[in-house]
Design a protein around this ligand. Structure first.
Ligand code: PLP
Length: 409
């Protein structure tokens, strides 16, 4: 019988430390790894022998986290990075060069949109699909397109991507589908099993869950990288389906110097242990909060778990009747949104999601401060919107906090 998610989370790809038998992944807080002989060092450097030499290139604490996340996602392997943004940028630049194009969903996290704007200065063109429908992605493809990029649930628009249908569009053109699954985590969906080829997480969010370390991870599936279409991977062709990961580690992480710190990987691994419990509890709280707020005057609630959400049926099917931890509220205008945030006493006003504590933020005046109107419209940002990342507090206390803040807003 195949094991269920929480059991896999705690046991899969998680052997006791070979050196000592320690039952949790030890922290190897070291910069370098000494070797007995020059021959040994040379063999590891050239890849003839497995082993670690320098933490920017690899470290056992990072490997432990990578193996666990790769296993949960059903991937060939994973590579950790210093932040979610490092994971996003390294994952795409691993195959993109000047003259290449990428086609993206319009409703992206603000940091990702900002990075995509920056790509123009590197000669990379980003085309945005008009909406999250597969045909809208297909309409943007050209001879130069190298990948399609989307988020599972757009942060904070909360539109849901049909991963299977969009991957069919990508594969029909020999392209990989990259999916940022930060908002969903492997608890809600394993995008590789639905047809995605590369999965990205900001581990700073729910994978860690304790809000104590920034990090990111990229998981690769079995996409067959055609050396002609993806010339950067040519040098790594001997690695077969692992070519993408081999270059991601060897070139992107080592050369750009974007490695996660071992201490952050250690903390993230501890947080990961409780992912299933936290996601279950926070999703229940989010559903309760969405239903509670929708009964209040002059508030519009956006949550994929509500039957009136435009992507509710897709979310129900794709995420197995679970809808995640994020919702947004529209309060009519910016002033009321600010009064609401200021009136909350439990929920923290903070620029983060996926924390054990409930967090709120006004995206228009913060994360999307430097976005132009077109970008904000694509991402569904309005002046009256408050984003809520629901935590694992006792439900009654959360409802009371939101009820009071709404009443005085
Ligand atoms: N992707 C999504 C969907 C996010 O929400 C975030 C951060 O909020 C990121 C990527 C970037 O992650 P980080 O802050 O770890 O760089």
């Amino acid at each position: 019988m195949s094991r269920k998610f929480a059991t896999r989370l705690l046991h899969e790809a998680f052997p006791p430390d070979r050196a000592t038998g320690a039952t949790t992944a030890p922290l190897y807080q070291t910069t370098a790894f000494a070797r007995e002989t020059a021959e040994d060092m040379a063999n590891i450097f050239v890849g003839r022998k497995p082993g670690f030499v320098y933490t920017r290139v690899g470290n056992p604490t990072l490997s432990s986290l990578e193996q666990r996340v790769a296993s949960l996602e059903g991937g060939l392997g994973a590579m950790s990075f210093a932040s979610g943004m490092a994971a996003v940028s390294m994952s795409i630049l691993n195959i993109l060069g000047a003259g290449d194009e990428l086609v993206a969903s319009g409703s992206l996290f603000g940091g990702t949109s900002s990075l995509f704007r920056e790509l123009a200065s590197y000669g990379v063109v980003v085309r945005y699909a008009e909406n999250n429908q597969p045909e809208a992605f297909a309409a943007c493809l050209t001879e130069r397109t190298k990948l399609i990029y989307t988020e599972t649930i757009g942060n904070p628009k909360l539109d849901v991507a049909d991963i299977g249908a969009i991957s069919e569009v990508a594969h029909a053109h020999g392209l990989p589908l990259f999916v940022d699954s930060t908002v969903t985590t492997p608890y809600l969906v394993r995008p590789l099993s639905l047809g995605a080829d590369v999965v990205i997480h900001s581990t700073s969010k729910a994978i860690n869950g304790n809000g104590n370390s920034v990090g990111g991870i990229v998981v690769a599936g079995k996409f067959l990288w055609d050396g002609k279409k993806f010339p950067k991977l040519g040098e790594f062709a001997a690695f077969g389906p692992m070519a993408y990961l081999a270059r991601l580690g060897g070139r992107m992480r080592a050369d750009f110097g974007s490695a996660m710190s071992p201490f952050n990987a250690y903390l993230t691994g501890i947080g990961l242990d409780t992912l299933a419990l936290r996601m279950e509890r926070a999703s229940e709280n989010a559903m309760a909060l969405a239903n509670f707020c929708k009964e209040k005057d002059s508030v519009t609630v956006n949550y994929p778990g509500l039957p009136e959400h435009p992507d509710h049926a897709l979310a129900k099917r794709q995420f197995d009747d679970r809808y995640g931890i994020m919702l947004t509220l529209r309060l009519g205008n910016r002033e009321r949104a600010f009064r609401f945030i200021n009136g909350l006493s439990l929920a923290l006003n903070a620029s983060n999601i996926g924390d054990a504590r409930t967090l709120v933020i006004h995206p228009a005046s913060t994360i999307y401060l430097h976005s132009d109107e077109a970008e904000k419209e694509r991402a569904g940002i309005t002046e009256d919107m408050v984003r809520v990342s629901v935590g694992i507090e006792d439900q009654e206390d959360l409802l009371e906090d939101f009820g009071k803040a709404l009443a005085q807003a």
